[in-house]
Design a binder for this molecule. Structure first.
Ligand SMILES: Nc1nc2c(c(=O)[nH]1)N[C@H]1C(S)=C(S)[C@@H](COP(=O)(O)O)O[C@H]1N2
Ligand SMILES: [Mo]
Length: 208
């Protein structure tokens, strides 16, 4: 459903986007089954030590709550969405995920081989969460349960990098820390590597 933005909202809508009040479901391929018994979250690569957590262990981590505007490259924007989850900063402070000096990029790995790549500093920004909850409820299966990466825009925080929503992997199962970049699923399919919503970085900027 289209919605007409008011003056305040207009400033929060990047060029070429329109406002929706729905929450569209968008992904390539099937929706996985929820199997929390066998679910594991893995972190590997350029980190001080690799990490494997069960669902119970992940669910016991301290969570951050955050309200963000979401911008999908297919041009819908949804304002004021509230997420709760674990930030990379929290994982670092707990000593669970400590990047090495060489680490410059993080690849999110999801079910069925979906990946999304972001620079380390974007992943550590306050507008990126390993999210378990949406609007105070566990995330629904179609939106990525039990865990998804989510990146949005926090109004007024011009210091943060705002990227399109494809840069957050639903059904997230692991993070690979790397010295060099590696294009993700949509990046290889022709989408822009950086995906800045304010610069309208929608389509490919380079050949891989
Ligand atoms: N695992 C997985 N995550 C994914 C995708 C996908 O195809 N597979 N699509 C991305 C895209 S293009 C968008 S716009 C958002 C949509 O999230 P939503 O379905 O919760 O709106 O998920 C992103 N994360
Ligand atoms: Mo998207």
């Amino acid at each position: 459903m289209f919605a007409a933005p008011n003056e305040e909202e207009k400033k929060r809508i990047p060029p070429g986007q329109y406002l929706t009040t729905r929450f569209p479901v968008l992904h390539y391929g099937p929706i996985p089954e929820l199997d929390l018994e066998n679910w594991k979250f893995r972190v590997w690569g350029e980190v001080e030590k690799p990490l494997i957590l069960t669902w119970d262990e992940f669910a016991a981590l301290p969570r951050t709550k955050l309200t963000m505007d979401l911008h999908c490259v297919t041009k819908w924007s949804k304002l004021e969405t509230t997420w709760e989850g674990v930030s990379l900063q929290t994982l670092k402070e707990l000593g669970l995920v400590v990047p090495t000096e060489k680490a410059g990029f993080v690849i999110q790995h999801a079910e069925f081989g979906y990946t999304a790549n972001l620079p380390l500093d974007v992943m550590f920004g306050e507008n990126f969460l390993l999210a378990t909850h949406y609007e105070d409820e566990p995330i629904s299966l179609e939106h990525g349960a039990p865990l998804r990466g989510v990146c949005g825009a926090i109004p007024g925080r011009d210091d943060l990098k705002d990227v399109y929503l494809w840069k957050g992997a639903k059904w997230l199962r692991g993070l690979e820390f790397r010295a060099s970049d590696l294009p993700g699923f949509w990046e290889r399919a022709g989408y822009h590597n950086e995906g800045d919503v304010w610069l309208e970085e929608r389509l490919q900027d380079r050949a891989w």
